[in-house]
Design a protein around this ligand. Sequence first.
Ligand code: HEM
Length: 498
Amino acid sequence: MESLPIFSLIAYLLVILTTFWAFIKPKSSKKLPPGPPKLPIIGNIHQLKGASPHRVLRSLARKYGAPFMHLQIGQVSTVVVSNPRLAQEILTTYDHIFSDRPVTTASQILFYKGQDIVWAPRGKYWRQMRKICTLELLSPKRVQTYSYIREEELIRMRMSLELSTGRPVIIREMVVEMVNNVICRATVGDICKDRKILIEVLYDIVKALSAFNLASYFPTMQFLKVILGKKSKWLKRQKQLDTILEDILKEHQNRPSSNNDDQEDLVDVLLRVQKTGHLDLPITKDNIKGVILDMLIAGTSTSAMVLEWAMCELMRNPEMMKKVQAELRDTVKGNTIVEVDIQNMPYLKLVVKETLRLHGSLLLVPRENKVDCQVDGYHIPAKTRLLINSWACGTDPEYWENPESFIPERFEKSSISYLGADYQLIPFGAGRRVCPGANFGLAIIELALATLLYYFNWELPNGLKPDDVDLTEAFMISSLPKHPLQVVPVTMSSLLAD
Ligand code: HEM
């Protein structure tokens, strides 16, 4: 009840400002893309209620016949793209215009004023960091180098599951821990003494990033941040995180450098490039901390959620589960599973692809245009946020048969890529800002799913039937099952760990 006076104050304030705004608002003659009617001041905020932003946005786009839809979210002009044709147009013809990221409270406070990669404005610095990402940090060779980390962490997960044989486990807890360990070890190495606290702080940040933050949609009303207490919370998190990241940097700087490329974690790589990289722009300590944070945040939740969804879908479809397991067991033939085996598992790869189509939507990394532009005959004012609803593209009935059904076989005779070349399937985005970590994410997801399905059979607890597996969504950075999947592992005795 304590917060009631604050909310009443905000409500009064909004009513007064609404009335005032209705009188003074300049009427623009330029034609914006279509969209739902807007209320003064709040615009379309009231229409954005719902558990999953990608569903709410698709419903609005369909209701108003607007695959290219304009929304006014408070003071923030926003366009949402909901079909593959327009996604392609925007991410090719207009990609250079929409390659910026908006400036947000989180990007300023947490990501060192956008001095990382994800939130960096398009320009010389961002181009340099993308190059370092592609050639060094997330290159195919580096991803391959870390296969021993994935294999070790998966043995750990498998052993812990063996101890739970016959009892229900919450699959999310297992996969989140495993993915966190893989990405943390690859990024900051084994020596991070604060790994547990780091993971807790990161979880808190991901939760906060996913929450609707009213103040960030009224950038000129800075006082809202203070009233709602958001700014002080962000500052507190930043301080906690910065202390850990500083320690990580010091630990790395104080240990003797290795001449062996294969033993470098990502912090080592960044420090090496900082010293010897013949760079156009120097890399600062804040840049390195920002990039570490990007890797830790961008890589963890996304990959863990895809894994949990894949297990949900397979528990609902026992025939598909049997088919993947048969493929795995025929290929690995009783040996220990290793990463190279994955290349011989086409059906497993189709299951992952179909999971990404139905459940891989990541709406939280918007783009922005710096200057006014025209798209499809519509005026897009400068500083408009662009959201590409990749889930709406992945379920567009003009491009997909039975779009809402989980059917990995649909890809059997199809060459559709999920890496940014085919706009009906863009879980990793496309264009200049396409996810540079896709191969790293996929390497974790594929090997982890193979491990779960090769060494164990799975049952539902309490006599539940496949159709009882609940696919209701919640939202945290991306969509995740609202009710964490509980399943009972049954160890294949012939494959027990030594
Ligand atoms: C299943 C896993 C993943 C999914 C679905 C995913 C998806 C995405 C998407 C949709 C974007 C925005 C693209 C755009 O704006 O067009 C993005 C950006 C990014 N991702 Fe990923 N990602 C995943 C895993 C990873 C991993 C493992 C890493 C690194 C360890 C990573 C690092 C990044 C970075 C640094 C960016 C920002 C790129 C830029 O702004 O230039 N991602 N990701």
